[in-house]
Each structure stands twice: as C-alpha cells, then as structure tokens.
Design a protein around this ligand. Structure first.
Ligand code: GDP
Length: 297
C-alpha cells in the first residue's frame, strides 16, 4: 500500500506527543527529528524536508502550542496543515478553452503510464465534465503505441485520430485538432512520444508540438514509484516545456511518498490527478488535504 512506511513512522513519531497534554520544546524537537528521518526515508527531496521541518518546528514551539493543554494534538495539526500546503494547499482545477476545442498534451517517459492516462483522462472528462473527447496518436516511435491508444479508445468508445507513424507529430497534432473541430469534439488529448530517458530529440519534438498547437494544458505523467527520479524528470520537463500540471500514476502500488510530497514544492506545478490502478476508470482528482490525512493515517 502507498505510504505505508511513512504513515507508520509518522504515527510512531507522534505517539508520545499525542498522549501528553502539555508539551515542552524538547518534545517537539524529538518528534521533529523523527519526522525528518521518516520523510527522508520516504524519499522526499532533502531541501523540501529541511524547509518543512523548520516551518513546523517554528510554528510548534510558539507560545500558544506550548501553553496549551493539548499541545501534542496541535503539533499533529500543524504537520497536517503543512503537508497539505506542501502538496499545493487546495485542489487545482483543470483548464478548459473559453471557445473552440480544449487541447491537452500528454507527456512523460516511457512506462510512466502516459498512454493509459490519456485514455483515463478522456473517460473522466466524458463522465465528470460532460465533454466529448478525442484522442490523438502522436507517439510515432514506440512500436505499438498507436495500436495501444486505439485499443484504449475502442474500449472506451472514444474516437482516436491517427495518421500512422510516417507523418510528423506536429502534423498529426494539427490535423487532429482540425478533425476535432470538423467532428464536433470539444477536448483533444494528444499522446506524445515518450522515451526511456530524457534526450534532446524528445524535448525538441515536444517543444515543436507545443509551439504548433499551443495547448491549454501540458500534463506530465510521472510514476510515483520512482520517487526522486520522478521529481528530477518533472524538473527537466518543466524547464523545457513549462508544463502546466502533473499526473502521478501508480499510487495504488507501494510508493514511499517522495514524489507526491516533493513535486509541487520543487517544480511549483500542481498535481491535478492521480492514477490508482490499471483500469481506465482508475483516475482521481488530487486533493492535497485528503492526501495529507491519508499520509498521517
Ligand atoms: P507509457 O509508456 O507512458 O505510455 O505507459 P503505459 O500507458 O503503456 O503504461 C505502462 C504500464 O503502467 C501499463 O502496464 C499500465 O497498465 C500501467 N499503469 C499506468 N497507470 C497505472 C496506475 O495508476 N496504476 C498501476 N498499477 N498501473 C498503471
């Protein structure tokens, strides 16, 4: 289960505090030492951990908490609030076009879950937002990527625009949007190429597609199981493409929490959805407060 280790460690860190009524500065420091180790062990970015612990400590050794008869509970509340803040505070909504079709670009490394998530997003938009999505197959490099998207589309009964693998992704994306206009589809989700590693050719190509279609959202799909690597990938994509949002996949696995807790703070871009399974309905809007509660257990 996701965050299991982290949740257990945090509960241990707070067990002493929770029992006490009035607490001392030393109690707070002890607990925060444990919290620091728990976060580092969960693969949270060390700079994020440092800032986090500093902020909580400062708030928790304020007079109000130390004088209170339930100081321990208050420290836990401060940690909860700061975790929520770390993940963006409030839920951020997806962006839609004011008029004409909304255009989304799905980006990410191979295996992150990009193609599956394109399908999940289309399904979500149709069900929850009453949209008429269309998928565009612009990953012309990975063998079978186009077939995979077509399978996803036919499972969902959502149209997939494809021009094979001999046409440039820019042209596929542009023609896809035209097709959406002609056939009255209001959201275009472009599945772009992913590679095993970030390279210049990939980034150049994504930049070209971005410039050509000027998307309303550039979603970066990252695998939560990869921890700090996911954060590094997010940083690199963000530097080159100025992504708008992150979708964190595989939160149904036993991810430690590092990606979920670091990405927002490191990239300043919100997580908007999480993937919670292989099925095409396993996509959930991301709520920082709910995630913080879940992490605290
Ligand atoms: P792409 O190479 O980034 O397009 O990745 P795919 O969409 O092909 O997904 C790679 C694998 O991850 C597939 O087996 C998916 O079923 C799986 N996958 C994607 N999202 C999730 C998720 O949220 N949870 C789980 N458990 N598996 C996922």
């Amino acid at each position: 289960m996701a965050f299991e280790g982290l949740t257990g460690r945090l509960q241990d860190a707070f067990s002493g505090l929770r029992k006490k009524g009035k607490i001392t500065e030393a109690d707070v420091k002890d607990a925060m030492r444990e919290v620091r180790l728990a976060l580092l062990e969960a693969d949270v970015n060390y700079k994020v951990v440092r800032e986090f612990v500093k902020t909580v400590r400062e708030k928790a050794i304020g007079e109000e908490v130390l004088e209170s008869i339930n100081g321990g509970q208050q420290v836990v509340k401060i940690v909860n609030d700061e975790l929520t803040h770390l993940m963006g505070g409030t839920q951020e909504k997806i962006i839609f076009a004011d008029r004409g079709p909304t255009v989304y670009m799905m980006t990410g490394l191979q295996g992150a879950g990009k193609t599956t998530t394109a399908g999940k997003l289309a399904n979500y938009l149709r069900k929850q937002e009453n949209k008429k999505p269309m998928l565009v197959a612009a990953d012309i490099y990975r063998p079978a990527a186009i077939d995979q998207l077509q399978t996803v589309g036919s499972d969902l009964n959502i149209p997939v625009f494809s021009m094979g693998d001999q046409v440039s992704p820019v042209e596929i994306a542009e023609k896809g949007i035209q097709e959406a206009k002609d056939t009255n589809r209001d959201v275009v989700i472009i599945d772009t190429a992913g590679r095993l590693h970030i390279d210049e050719t990939l980034m150049d190509e994504l930049e070209n597609v971005k410039t050509a279609v000027n998307p309303h959202e550039i979603f970066l799909v990252v695998d939560a199981m990869t921890g700090q690597d996911a954060v590094n990938v997010a940083n690199t994509f963000n530097d080159r493409l100025d992504i708008t949002s992150v979708i964190l996949t595989k939160l149904d696995g036993d991810t430690r929490g590092g990606a979920a807790l670091s990405i927002r703070s490191v990239t300043q871009k919100p997580i908007k959805f999480t993937g919670t399974g292989e099925r095409l309905d396993a996509l959930e809007p991301f709520h920082p407060d709910r995630m913080a509660n879940r992490i605290l257990g």
